[in-house]
Design a protein. Structure first.
Length: 561
């Protein structure tokens, strides 16, 4: 039992203590509260896994609540993308889809209650004046000249703000707390501001909108959220979260902070991700180089791999940066188990088997996935003309080169042993094709030739292979933490080589029936996923992850693909 307790993260320990004391009547309710102002990223994925995961573990439930309190930046496109991402990750909120805007009438009534009880006031100061009076972390702030405004006057002005009588920026509603507090968030924070903006759900019903700090805790309370889990950046907001709940005397939800997920070479700022989209560094929110869930999905990452990554990273109280290699390891580990193996040639070099019958095609069996005993076999076409990778042939090879060279032998995967007999070049000396002879008795699975070779290469039949486009993706930035240098904009570290497009690759014909986003292991190359840009006329594949980590050595031992 002690070992089990020690394996719990600190949030699970809190929940188990609450359950043991029957603090919330034995119920666990969490929520995932995204702002619909952008697409979700890898950091949100961790929060989704945590909020839904702990609720599932303890027989509770998780609400999906959109924090839609800023109509200027929000859009239904983002709402739809968020719901799709959560479902893709393997979680569901059933009928518990809520919006902070659902609670606007209740929040407005609570604001009135706070004015009437002397805990809030309307301030006519400008945003600049309010910011200037806040003080610093080491110096107290100065009280607003409107802080002692009579409750009746503030109440009248607030209702007129609601009626749309005043322009934006002329008045706000502030909580009356403590301008000398060492916590800057407690220095009379703004509760409501005027915004004449069309809301994606409420339309033009409202022209005043609550601030996050006033809406969030109260929304938790309305939904009777027992454990409000959020990232460490909100730790200093917790006293204000608790103050509002106590001031209103409503259900006491509890905020608990955990370290946000930071991953090398990835941004977890929606503002910066939006810049990459708007300034053309990427093709969109779902660009496979992006840290967005939609981008990772398009690249070919699997839900299981992202959940495994979140589990390996764990839940901590201190910020840290996770190696990108760990994420790739989790992706590779999952795809190794589920991805069908196929042969594809990215830089084709024609091979002609001079002693193979012209016009003959035979079909050779090969395994679909050696890691899956139920995957079975498929048959691949083999003929007189094949394509191999250009770098699988060297005219003047070094020692211990076990691929093809003049006079050298190699086995063709799942086929025959061949020996290079001739090299055909164009006028400029570039190799156009190579000629080989094959040994019929060396057929894979029934080899009676007695010939021993050290190298095996992949290939595709020239007459049957499909043309395809292959997009090779690398890290989006040239440094692990592009936002760390305060003197340089993060876009200066954009990796110009993060996308390489190969237009005329060849792949075996069986993939013609593949479904969009289906993943394959291209033998000896990596894991690739069929991109939505594909059509019946032209297939497009994204490099999901290489077969091995080419950037750093993993501490965990990888299984060979």
């Amino acid at each position: 039992m002690a070992d089990e307790k020690e394996s719990l993260n600190f949030i699970e320990q809190i929940i188990e203590e609450d359950l043991a004391s029957n603090k919330h009547g034995g119920v666990v309710i969490t929520r995932f509260p995204p702002e619909p102002n952008g697409y979700l990223h890898i950091g949100h994925a961790k929060s989704i896994c945590l909020n839904f995961g702990v609720a599932q573990k303890y027989g509770g439930r998780t609400n999906l609540r959109f924090d839609d309190t800023n109509p200027v930046t929000e859009d239904t496109e983002y709402v739809d993308s968020i719901k799709a991402d959560i479902r893709w990750l393997g979680f569901d909120w059933d009928d518990r889809e809520y919006y902070a805007s659902d609670y606007f009438p209740q929040l407005y009534e609570w604001a009135i209650k706070m004015i009437e009880s002397g805990k809030a006031y309307v301030d006519d100061s400008t945003a600049e004046e309010i910011a200037g009076s806040k003080g610093t972390p080491t110096e107290p702030g100065k009280e607003s000249p409107y802080r002692q405004r009579p409750e009746e006057e503030s109440l009248d002005l607030f209702k007129r703000m609601r009626a749309g009588e005043f322009p934006e920026g002329t008045r706000v509603l502030r909580a009356k707390i403590d301008m000398t507090s060492p916590n800057m968030h407690m220095r009379d924070p703004v509760m409501y501001r005027i915004k004449f903006a069309h809301h994606h759900r409420t339309g033009d019903t409202w022209c005043i909108y609550p601030m996050y700090d006033f809406a969030h805790g109260q929304s938790d309370s309305i939904e009777k959220v027992t454990h409000s889990l959020c990232s460490l950046e909100f730790e200093n907001h917790r006293p204000l979260y608790d103050w509002f709940i106590q001031a209103l005397d409503i259900y006491p939800s509890r905020q608990i902070e955990f370290a946000r997920l930071n991953v090398e070479y990835m941004l977890t700022s929606k503002r910066k991700l939006l810049r990459l989209v708007n300034e053309g560094f990427v093709r969109g929110w779902d660009d496979p180089r992006m840290s967005t869930i939609s981008g990772m999905r398009r690249r070919g990452y699997t839900p299981a791999s992202i959940r495994a990554f979140a589990d390996r990273v764990g839940i901590a109280k201190r910020e840290n940066v996770i190696e990108f290699s760990l994420l790739e390891y989790c992706v590779r580990e999952d795809l190794n188990k589920i991805a069908s193996r196929v042969m594809a040639v990215l830089d084709p070099l024609k091979m002609v088997i001079t002693n193979y019958p012209a016009g003959q095609t035979e079909y050779l069996p090969t395994e679909n996935n050696p890691e899956d005993p139920d995957a079975g076999l498929r048959e691949i076409p083999f003929g007189k003309e094949l394509y191999i990778e250009r770098d699988d042939f060297l005219e003047d090879p070094p020692k211990k080169y076990f691929r093809l060279a003049p006079g050298k032998m190699v086995r063709l995967k799942s086929a025959y042993i061949v020996e290079c007999t001739d090299v055909i070049k164009d006028a400029s000396g570039i190799i156009q094709e190579i000629h080989v002879r094959y040994f019929p008795e060396s057929k894979s699975g029934n080899d009676t030739s007695g010939i021993k070779v050290k190298g095996t290469i992949h290939w595709v039949a020239a007459t049957k292979a499909l043309d395809c486009e292959v997009r090779l993706y690398d890290r989006l930035f040239t440094v692990p933490n592009p936002s760390d240098d305060p003197q340089r904009d993060f876009t200066e570290f954009y990796n110009q080589e993060s996308l390489q497009v190969i237009k005329h690759a060849k792949v075996e014909p069986g993939v013609a029936t593949a479904s969009l986003r289906q993943s394959f292991q291209f033998l000896r190359k990596g894991y690739f996923t069929l991109d939505p840009d594909s059509s019946a006329e032209r297939l497009v594949f994204n490099l999901t992850v290489t077969l091995k980590d080419t950037w750093a050595k993993m501490a965990a031992k990888e299984q060979p693909a």
